[in-house]
Design a protein around this ligand. Structure first.
Ligand SMILES: O=C(O)CCC(=O)C(=O)O
Length: 495
């Protein structure tokens, strides 16, 4: 496969698939190009080439087991691409040229743009994007100068329908006429409505300058990097060397918000420790490459391919198994009893820095195990709270977490930095935490009087380029009785 990639990408297949356009190309190679090749091979007479026969049979059977990417996975890749485009307002032209946030990969052809446009057309709220993609496909096709493009008629038809739905009947009529030109009788019969409808005589132009339908909420704005914070609040923020439980080991803290306090602590983990956590979470090195693809498939994850540890995220505790579209990532849990001492050491370090107990016990632990998460391109976690607001959820916990109370605080370590996108954002307080490798974000989910703090709603923005690995340590309420005392007033602040 490497041999078919362009020079600029051949040196790093992994890097290539970490760009959404590169990932689309890669999945297409598996789902379309290789499939066609193997189908051809499987028709060869067994007597001539038994080995090729076997290879092709096993590849087809991997396809049946959903281990080999299929058409549905290519569709998932296109959906992911469209979502990223909407979130980050990326122009169709740049995407088509393979340019994602200044990082280039192979360009998309007319047929690819048409395919993505079709997917957009059939999804709920993407008509303007569909129009942009299909018009781009026509431009590419025209620039290549091929007189008879197999998709031309379908492209005109979809554009006519899309413009009609958008209320621009004049342009709709133009495309309908183009579609009917040279069309056979059957087509003319099927699409007769387009040509005879009175509506086409009226003119109701809809400007399609943008192609984005999402109504920019704070989550999206923060993810896009817009500066939305009040300058008066920003003026009160600061950095400091914060004292820890070990006096000779202060830690670099940048305070990103005061009430509730959200901080990022730098250099709280070494490169080696970050690598160990990631290695422990993924049983095979090869898995990284698979995950890049897998997390890109959105709806069609191939869990069977991934052995023991990392699995598709569930929201809530493991006993409440509901596969989540709210969070698109892979996760593993690492317990303090792990043979590798790193896990235990890191729990101790969180205790040193926060002053909160992270002691693990089989019954009533003070903190949860380390949750290691991998997000590939498009991986994200929509706005949510970490405290368990729902008492039912608290009842269904595994033994070590029963009677431990809610999640009083979150410690979120960045094991890698995503190349683009992937920030952690707090829409209510308008805070954005960048993914800085070896740093950790920390905040309390409960107020000092024990009430849940809804202002701590947060989200993981979709990863646009590269991979994001994080590790969460959730600290429980009960064990902190003497560590985080109630304030003298209900709204007492943390330091
Ligand atoms: O990915 C992120 O930045 C946020 C993750 C998160 O909120 C969570 O795991 O609860």
């Amino acid at each position: 496969m490497k041999g078919t990639l362009s020079d600029s990408t051949a040196s790093s297949t992994l890097g290539y698939a970490e760009n959404p356009v590169g990932a689309y190309h890669t999945i297409k190679r598996f789902a379309v190009t290789w499939k066609k090749l193997f189908e051809k091979l499987s028709k060869l007479k067994p007597a001539y080439d038994v080995e090729i026969q076997e290879l092709s049979k096993s590849t087809l059977s991997l396809g049946f087991q959903r281990v080999w990417p299929q058409d549905a996975d290519l569709e998932g890749a296109a959906v992911a691409l469209l979502r990223l485009q909407q979130m980050y307002k990326l122009p169709v032209k740049e995407f088509a040229q393979g340019n994602v946030s200044g990082v280039r990969t192979s360009e998309l052809g007319a047929a690819d743009c048409f395919y993505i446009g079709q997917i957009a057309f059939h999804s709920d709220d993407n008509l303007p994007l569909a129009v942009n993609w299909i018009e781009e496909s026509l431009k590419i096709q025209e620039s290549k100068g091929e007189p008879l493009w197999e998709h031309l008629q379908s492209a005109y038809t979809i554009l006519a329908e899309a413009y009609e739905e958008l209320g621009n009947t004049k342009v709709a009529a133009e495309y309908a006429h183009k579609a009917s030109k040279n069309a056979d009788k059957e087509y003319k019969k099927e699409n007769a409505g387009f040509l005879t409808r009175d509506g086409y005589l009226t003119e109701l132009p809809v400007p399609l300058t943008q192609g984005f339908t999402s109504n920019a909420g704070m989550y999206e704005r923060l993810c896009r990097g817009e500066n939305v914070q009040d300058p008066k609040i920003e003026a009160r923020l600061f950095c400091q060397y914060k004292k820890t439980l070990v006096p000779i080991r202060p830690v670099k803290e940048e305070v990103l918000y005061l009430d509730p306090r959200v901080s990022i602590f730098y250099d709280v983990i070494t490169d080696k420790e970050a690598d160990i956590l990631m290695e422990l979470a993924k049983p095979l090195v090869f898995l990284i490459f698979c995950l890049t693809l897998i997390s890109f498939f959105y709806y069609f994850l191939i869990i069977t391919m991934v052995s023991s540890q990392l699995s598709r995220s569930m929201v809530g505790e493991p006993s409440i198994k509901a596969k989540s579209e709210q969070r698109i990532s892979k996760l593993a849990w690492l317990f303090d009893w792990h043979l590798d001492k790193t896990v235990r050491h890191l729990s101790k370090r969180v205790e040193e820095i926060t002053g909160l107990s992270t002691v693990y016990r089989e019954r009533s632990a003070d903190a949860e195990a380390w949750q290691v998460l991998n997000y590939g391109i498009g991986g994200m976690y929509e706005p949510h709270h970490d405290f368990f607001g729902d008492d039912e959820m608290l009842k269904n916990l595994p033994t070590h977490l029963q009677d431990t109370g809610r999640r009083i605080a979150t410690w979120l370590t960045y094991l890698t930095s995503a190349q683009s996108g992937g920030h952690t954002v707090f829409p209510v307080i308008k805070v954005r935490v960048p993914t800085v490798k070896n740093a950790a974000a920390f905040w309390y989910n409960l107020k000092r009087n024990g009430e849940v703090d809804h202002r701590t709603e947060h989200a993981g923005c979709p990863v646009l380029l590269g991979q994001k690995w994080i590790s969460n340590k959730w600290i429980r309420e009960r064990g902190q009785l003497f560590r985080r005392r109630c304030g003298l007033t209900p709204d007492a602040l943390d330091e």
